[in-house]
Design a protein around this ligand. Structure first.
Ligand code: ATP
Length: 335
């Protein structure tokens, strides 16, 4: 059974200017111990997905669909139960540790807090565990006395990882965990995350705009565009032989892990992702697609089997499934 099963999830923000459909019918599953990378440019809905998984979205967000975590539906769960699931079931590592940590509290106390809340450990035991966790992420236990501003960006991100591990979660959601760091530190933090989740059998959902970072760390990749998954499959298949034109553009844009020169718009891809409040008709990618067909502004393809990897899928009328049968796109059209 999958640890996490997301089915037809939609997230719509209600704003003064109207509804913003940030996630539009996303489905995927993550098995215990598996590492899934979620890629896409800024604005494609990745962070909204991450926050939805822990029900951390603002009140203006309306969710439909189902998020089953360890057999329970997170969307219908009571707040009390949800509080128990956060940290102990699933925890999250955000991009900017400086914004996520409390600037006026020593880091040891911050790590100890969820431990005290979730394990009913006493103050001294929680502090001791916080010190152990710091050592586990490569920081001396005495750094527990430091305030966040006394640490480097990489050290702060290690603290965030220690906090995420504090209650032995089954799933860690890491939203751009290394984006703000320089290349050397980025590689160290990725290696740390990789080794910790492997060691403890934790499932990982890692989010990044950089497909190469994800390909290096994750077993499977999903590519998001305009609130939908448009390509999914084993990491090597998606990074090495993406089928969707957007997946191909992302893979071409990030050829080497952490290459700062590669922090740019996907190669050969003009423009930006659409404003979710004003999506183009048909396939949302068609205005930027170099290989679009005449009917791409009328057909919004759903994900269907594509490519050679296990469970590989793509949502493009150009992509034919493995069996070689040519598709009649209209027959696969989704609502
Ligand atoms: N609280 C909100 N109210 C209204 N719209 C929002 C809100 N938060 C995000 N959005 C919109 O939802 C869309 C998806 O945003 P989201 O942050 O999930 O994308 P992303 O792919 O994670 O991008 P980034 O990497 O820049 O965070 C964007 O158009 C964004 O402007």
């Amino acid at each position: 059974m999958a640890l996490l099963e997301v089915s037809d999830l939609t997230v719509t923000y209600r704003t003064a200017g109207g509804d913003v459909p940030a996630v539009r019918g996303v489905s995927f599953a993550l098995d215990a111990g598996q590492k899934l990378g979620l890629a896409g440019e800024s604005g494609c809905g990745k962070s909204t997905m991450a926050l939805a998984l822990l029900r951390l979205l603002p009140k203006t967000a309306r969710l439909t669909g189902e998020i089953r975590f360890d057999g329970e539906d997170l969307l219908t769960m009571s707040w009390g139960r949800l509080r128990a699931v956060r940290w102990a079931g699933a925890s999250i590592v955000f991009q900017g540790a400086m914004h996520s940590l409390n600037a006026v509290q020593r880091i040891g106390a911050q790590i100890a807090e969820p431990i005290r809340l979730h394990s009913r450990a006493g103050e001294a035991a929680a502090r001791k565990r916080a010190g152990e966790l710091l050592e586990h992420v490569g920081l001396p236990a005495r750094r527990a006395d430091a305030y966040p501003h006394e640490l480097s960006g990489g050290q702060r991100q290690r603290v965030m990882i220690a906090m995420a591990l504090a209650c032995d979660p089954k799933l860690i959601v890491a939203d751009e965990p290394t984006t703000a760091l320089d290349v050397m530190i980025q590689a160290q933090i990725l290696t740390l995350i990789e080794s910790l989740v492997a060691e403890q059998g934790i499932s990982l959902l890692m989010i990044s705009h950089d497909l190469s970072v994800l390909a290096d760390t994750c077993d499977r990749l999903a590519v998001m565009y305009a609130g939908r998954i448009v390509e999914e499959g084993p990491a090597a298949a998606v990074f090495g032989a993406a089928r969707h034109p957007y997946g191909q553009a992302l893979a071409a844009a990030f050829p080497r892990i952490g290459d700062p020169a590669s922090r740019r718009r996907p190669q050969g891809l003009a423009g930006d992702p659409p404003d979710p409040a004003e999506l183009p008709p048909g396939c949302a990618f068609h205005p930027r697609c170099a290989v679009r067909l005449d009917h791409c502004d009328a057909v919004d393809p759903s994900l269907w089997p594509a490519g050679s990897g296990e469970g590989a899928r793509a949502a493009c009328v150009r992509v034919l499934p493995d069996d070689g049968l040519s598709l009649v796109p209209a027959a696969k059209e989704s609502a």
